[in-house]
Design a protein around this ligand. Structure first.
Ligand code: RNT
Ligand code: ZN
Length: 414
């Protein structure tokens, strides 16, 4: 009888010095946090509008976006059924579930208990983000650095309330909760004062993070610029990296859409691992700018995965996805991006790092290049197919029909 493609692939990888079985079991354990906001173009459930502002934008008018918690949860179920391995769910504060209007500084665990129940039933960990955009008090794209003390205090209260929700999630689900602070603050044109806003942001962060909360891993996310905020970003990379370095328990999140185009987050991961216990990630695909396209199985994604795997940082790099494409089926967008993240991790796991590292350290660069190139055409797809089978999700080419059926019967009726 003909050997199965996986058995054959396993032998080929063994010949290259890789244990494919070990790769599959290690991959099974690495969670990826799925961002709820791909399902509804970052709109959220607040009665008073919500939506994007502050320099971020979902573009496209594909029909079927989720309009309620029920729809978003149903869509997430469709996606999760087609993504192999462990998953987490990443929520924004604007996705609270409540009958009456609750302002951002008054949110509490009670507004997220339905999400905790949803996650518990599906064995998902939860991550959380205060929402510093899509609100009348963020209309000028200034929040934690606002010159008006009253407005700034409102956003500080929102940050504190959000951390309490994160602590609630951590306790309810018995796993950490990553709490990420991203603010849009910046100016369209050359500012007259660059230091003042940063000192105000520093003070706001100190107030938000004053209390250590069990189970909460706090992080801050920088960026280069937002649309309409091109000249100055208060929360720059230098600012937040310095902040995290000085403040124990607060980490620096890397979003690979948030750097100059010739910089790579893959190279930043090991640099930060040298100093920090945790390196949270927002994995996205920036096309010429922070466009948040769906994550593809491309060179930089593979490099990011390689740095995680060869640094043995599976539980220190906290992987989350962050993109929002409104021009294609949103459930498929989740599935494609999440599967690609897992695929890239598997690709990295099927690499004989010990061997490659020994070649580098002994200066045998010709052999290093040759083996590296041979690995590129090894039968990776057969091992990926086996992973999908073992995790009881459809293989590539086998899941889209179901999503299109769901589009026809559910999404297009919205
Ligand atoms: C914006 C940041 C931020 C958001 C989400 C919705 O540029 O990447 O992480 O995308 O919080
Ligand atoms: Zn991000």
């Amino acid at each position: 009888m003909r050997m199965s493609r996986f058995t054959e692939a396993k032998d080929i990888y063994a010949g290259l010095g890789v244990d494919a079985e070990a790769a599959l079991s290690r991959l099974h354990e690495i969670p990826v946090s799925l961002h709820c906001w791909q399902g509804d173009d970052v709109t959220g459930f607040e009665s008073s509008g919500g939506g994007t502002s502050g320099g971020i934008q979902a573009t496209g008018g594909y029909p079927g976006k989720a309009r309620s918690p029920k729809e978003l949860m149903a869509d997430l179920d469709q996606a999760l059924a087609r993504i192999p391995g462990k998953m987490r769910l990443n929520l924004h504060a604007s996705y609270l579930i409540t009958e009456k209007a609750v302002d951002r500084d008054a949110i509490g665990p009670e507004h997220f208990s339905a999400w905790a129940a949803y996650a518990k039933e599906r064995t998902l960990g939860l991550d959380f983000n205060p929402t510093f955009f899509g609100h009348p008090l963020a209309a000028d794209s200034l929040t934690l650095s606002h010159p008006d003390d009253g407005i700034r205090a409102f956003w500080v209260r929102h940050g504190i309330a959000s951390r309490k929700i994160a602590a609630y999630f951590a306790e309810a689900l018995r796993t950490h909760c990553l709490l990420n602070v991203w603010i849009p603050d910046g100016y369209k044109d050359v500012p007259a004062d660059r230091l003042g806003p940063r000192l105000r942001l520093l003070d706001s962060l100190d107030r938000i993070f004053a209390e250590r909360l069990p189970g909460v891993i706090d992080c801050v996310e920088s960026k280069v610029f937002g649309i309409g905020l091109e000249s100055y970003t208060v929360g720059s990379s230098e600012f937040y990296l310095s902040y995290a370095a000085r403040r124990p328990g607060v980490y620096n999140l890397l979003d690979n859409g948030h750097y100059h185009p010739t910089e790579t987050v893959s190279d930043k991961i090991p640099s930060l691992l040298a100093f920090f216990d945790y390196v949270p990630l927002h994995v996205t695909r920036p096309v010429r700018w922070d466009s948040d396209h769906v994550v593809l199985f491309d060179d930089e994604l593979r490099e990011i995965a390689k740095e995680i795997i060869r640094s043995e940082a599976d539980s220190r790099v906290l992987i989350g996805l962050d993109y929002f494409d409104a021009s294609i089926n949103r459930v498929a967008a989740w599935i494609v991006g999440a599967r690609n993240m897992k695929k890239a991790l598997l690709y990295a796991l099927l690499t004989p790092y010990g061997k490659l590292k020994a070649l580098q350290d002994s200066g045998r660069f010709t052999e290093l290049m040759t083996l590296g190139e041979a690995l590129k055409t090894a039968p990776f797809g057969d091992v990926w197919g086996e992973f999908c089978r073992r995790e009881t999700v459809p293989e590539d080419g086998g899941w889209l029909a179901g999503v299109m059926e769901y589009e026809r019967t559910a999404l297009l009726t919205r």
